[in-house]
Each structure stands twice: as C-alpha cells, then as structure tokens.
Ligand binder design. Structure first.
Ligand code: NAD
Length: 486
C-alpha cells in the first residue's frame, strides 16, 4: 500500500468514515450547485497542477507511456469534468412531465435528487480515470463520496489519496486506500450506491454485500470483446485501429481492448501480415525494449498471461511475438492464429497483449460465436458492407459497439458507458453519470380546487361509470356518466 494515510486507515474505521460522510450529506452541503461546481473545478485544478505527478505514478505502476497517460487518463478526465460543468445546471432543472385526465387539474415534474453517500471501488488499469470519473458523476449529482482506489496500482492510489485530501472538501469526499480487508470492511457499511469497477468474481462479492442493505450497484465489469474483420476493409486503417485499441491501450490491459479477432479463413493471412508489419513499425524489432508499450502490472498477472500463452492446446499457434521478460514484466505483442475455441485463451478474458484470431468461412458466423458466450463489454466490426453493419448492431448484444474502429466510444461523452449481462450493470459518463448517482423523484402538484367527489365513498355505479369513462378517454362517455344517461 502506498501513502501514510493508507497505513492510517484501519478497517475498523470504516463505520466512522461512513458515519461522518452521512452526517455531512445530511447537512445538505453537497446539494447546492455551488458546492458541486466548486468541487468539480477543484478536480480540474488537481489535473492541471499535478499532471506530471500522475504521469510519474502511472510510469511507476505500469510503465505507461506518457502519451497514453495524458490522452487516456488526464485529457479524458478534463473533458469529462468540463462537459459536466458546462451542462450541470441544465441537468439539475426538474423535468416537466405530462399529467392525465385522472389527476386533472395538476402538474408534475421529475426531480433529480442525490442518493446520499456513494462508495466507489476502482480498478488498477486506469487508476486515475476509473477513480475520478465516477467521483465527478457522484459530486455532480450532489452526493458525498468515498473512493477506494486499487491497491494493485500503489503509486496512483497513494497519489489519489494525497491529492484529494489536500484539495477536496474532505468532509464530503474521502479516499480510503486498501486491499481486500479494507474493501470488505467498507462493504459492510450501508451506502446509497456502490460503483464497482473490476472483475465479475469480485462484482458478485460487492453485489452480495450491497444486497444486505438493499443498496443499488453500478457494476463496471469486463469480458471478451471481439473484433470481427470482413475482407472488404481498408486494411491499413483497420490494422492501425486494432493495434491502437489493443496494444496502444495499456498493452491490452484495458476493459474494452480487443480480446480476440474473428475473420474469414481467406482473409486471415493478409490480416496477420498487415498486423505484423504495422506492429514492427510502431514498436520496433524488439518490442520488449519499446518505451511505447506498458508493462504487465504485476507478477500475478504476468503468470496468468503466461498460462494462457503456454497452454498445450495453443502450442504452435503463435504467428507473431511471444517474447517475454519476466524480470521486467514485459510481454511483446503476440498474435495466435486458429486457436481452439475451448482453449483458456478463448474462454477467459485475456486482459493483456495476446491476441488470438479464429477463422470462419463467412463473417456472419461470428454472430453465433459471440452470442453463445457471455455478453461482452464491447464488440467491434470492420467492414464496408452496410447490410452487415446493421445486422451486427441488431444481432450482437454488448455494452457498446463500434463499427470500423476500436475503443473510441469511451471518449464520446454523450454516450452511456457500461456493460450488459456478465460485463456489468448500469452505465455512466457525462449525463449518464449524473443519472446513475441521482434518484429520479416523481413529484405531482395539485391545488385545493376541483376536488372531484367521484374518487370518494360512498362508491356508486354512477361514479364507477364516470371513472371508466375517464380511463377510456371518451368525452361522450364522460358526459353520459355525468348526466346519468345510459
Ligand atoms: P483490481 O484487482 O484492481 O480489483 C478491483 C477492486 O476490487 C480493487 O479496488 C480491489 O481492492 C477490490 N477487490 C479485490 N478483491 C476483492 C475482494 N475479495 N473483496 C472486495 N474487494 C476486492 O482489478 P481487476 O478486477 O483485476 O480489474 C480487471 C477487471 O476489471 C477486468 O475484468 C476488466 O475488464 C474489468 N474492468 C472493467 C472496466 C469497466 O469500466 N467496465 C474498467 C477496467 C477494468
């Protein structure tokens, strides 16, 4: 664990922290537009003042290239924060709703109210983005927040704890560092929503703990995100975009990185040649030496990836890469062709620089292959065929779909980001974050005029006919019932 604060957190302090934040929330402090925007502006200030510290922390945790740290963490957070600041006032305005004849006269609106105290448990692979982006949403919606960053990225976790303590209103925004014991202690407390990013096994633990308090959950999980490549593509562009989404995102350690490719038997050799050529252009002849590739986060994950790569079932299938350096935790971009569908690499989420390709006669066969597995977080299609694009979008169930690129839907702040089925539940980003951390309260306003006797006892046939006519919406029926005409 990283900072001194981390050592200061004892699992038995969890009730105290939850209690303090609940008190702050109850004071009403977090509800004002001014508090929300001042905290969001403070986040922007942290990002401006500590860009280099974050880049260094990411280098220490993952050897992440500065370019990726800036674009995929810092710039994404700045955009998210700015977009939220720009729209927040509008989001907070109650939304008018139509009323019906049965409540006439009345007006109605939907009021977004904060849920209360939010627990955010985040993952190691994008330690700043995955921690701060949900915090932005929780604050925008007027909540108090406890953030528990991942112990697997200790330098980033320590920096988050230090900076948020130094800059933010700590009566309402708190960072708690820790691993399983600390997270378990936090999970025993009552929260008003838990936002968890990570794997499905722990997602189940989170959901079970939440169920005890009937706490809603936002689960941002993972899965095997497929890339289907048709033969009619612009191969050069498709290749670059596949590489950017796989090895250009944390060396494949990203939840929406391409996990495997499906292409036709005829096209596979061309695709493999193109991938090899561009990989060498991007990362050189010895990619283990490349400064533009992240390392594997730790020896556990390194060993996990080696198990996938060295399984007997996939021996002889490596057509590119395969080099590794256990001391430096580096694995070269690796492509495997025609791996068996029941191999570990095709049944477990890879989350690293290995890319298996499976081949089919026709790309349409990919639908059954994808839909027969757990629903992925993302699905990608490369094609020029309009019919195929439509079919793919309508047939494949996934958290998100991108046609002719990979991973970029994450950067579209107007789109919800989240999984479906095994890849998660709920969504966030931009306005969807505001909604994820708000309760939509239904409010009806009435006056004291026109207090229709029809709803009160004694219940009569005449009253029932009038109500039926009102529900039916027939003016003639209403007149008949009012005047007792049959
Ligand atoms: P991780 O090891 O950092 O774990 C995530 C969090 O869970 C950490 O804060 C950790 O302390 C906590 N945790 C771990 N074990 C726990 C336990 N037994 N009880 C309570 N808390 C526990 O991250 P990970 O799970 O290795 O992350 C990788 C997975 O996350 C992949 O499946 C990936 O696809 C997914 N992911 C999803 C998204 C998304 O936005 N949907 C983003 C990143 C990663």
């Amino acid at each position: 664990m990283g900072s001194e604060e981390a050592n200061a957190f004892d699992a038995k302090d969890a009730p105290k922290i939850a209690g303090e934040l609940r008190e702050s929330f109850a004071s009403g402090k977090t509800r004002s537009y001014e508090w929300r925007t001042s905290q969001l502006k403070t986040i922007l200030k942290i990002l401006d003042n500590h860009e280099q510290d974050m880049i260094l922390a990411l280098r220490s945790d993952l050897s992440k290239p500065e370019m990726e740290s800036y674009i995929q963490e810092i710039a994404m957070l700045k955009n998210s924060c700015k977009a939220t600041l720009k729209s927040l006032k509008g989001w907070m305005v109650p939304e008018k709703a139509k009323t019906s004849m049965t409540t006439f006269p009345s007006s109605a609106e939907i009021v977004s109210e904060p849920l209360g105290v939010i627990l955010i448990i985040s993952a190691w692979n994008y330690p700043f983005y995955l921690s701060i982006d949900p915090v932005i949403g929780a604050i925008a919606a007027g909540n108090a927040v406890v953030l528990k960053p991942s112990e697997v990225s200790p330098a980033s976790s320590a920096l988050l704890a230090k900076l948020l303590k130094e800059y933010m209103d700590t009566s309402c925004v708190r960072v708690v560092e820790g691993a399983v014991a600390e997270t378990a202690a936090l999970l025993q407390q009552k929260w008003d929503k838990i936002c968890y990013t990570g794997n499905g096994r722990v997602g189940r633990i989170v959901m079970e703990a939440a169920a005890k308090h009937l706490t809603p959950v936002l689960l941002e999980l993972g899965g095997k995100s497929p890339v289907v490549v048709d033969s009619d593509v612009n191969l050069k562009v498709a290749t670059r975009r596949i590489i950017a989404g796989k090895w250009g995102c944390n060396n494949g350690q990203a939840c929406i990185s391409p996990d495997y490719i499906i292409t036709t038997k005829d096209f596979a050799p061309k695709l493999v040649d193109s991938l090899k050529e561009v990989l060498e252009k991007f990362y050189g002849k010895n990619p283990l030496e490349s400064k533009d590739l992240s390392r594997i986060v730790n020896s556990n994950h390194f060993a996990r990836l080696m198990k996938l790569l060295d399984e007997e079932k996939v021996s002889g299938k490596v057509v590119h890469g395969g080099e590794r350096n256990e001391t430096d935790l580096k694995i070269a971009p690796t492509i495997l062709l025609d791996v068996p569908r029941d191999s570990l690499i095709m049944t477990e989420e890879i989350f690293g620089p290995l890319l298996p390709i499976i081949t089919v006669e026709k790309v349409e066969e990919s639908y059954d292959i994808i839909n027969s597995g757990p629903k992925p977080l993302a699905a990608y299609l490369f094609t020029s065929n309009e019919k195929l694009k439509k079919q793919f979008v309508m047939t494949i169930s996934a958290g998100g779909v991108v046609v002719n690129d990979t991973t970029i839907h994450l950067a579209v702040v107007t789109l919800p980001f989240g999984g479906v089925g095994e890849s998660g539940m709920g969504a966030y980003h931009g306005k969807f974050s505001f909604e994820a951390f708000s309760h939509k309260k239904a409010v009806v306003y009435r006056s004291f005029v026109a207090d229709a006797a029809v709803r009160y006892p004694p219940y009569t046939k005449g009253k029932l006919s009038l109500l039926k006519a009102l529900v039916g919406g027939s003016i003639l029926g209403i007149i008949r019932a009012l005047f007792g005409w049959s």
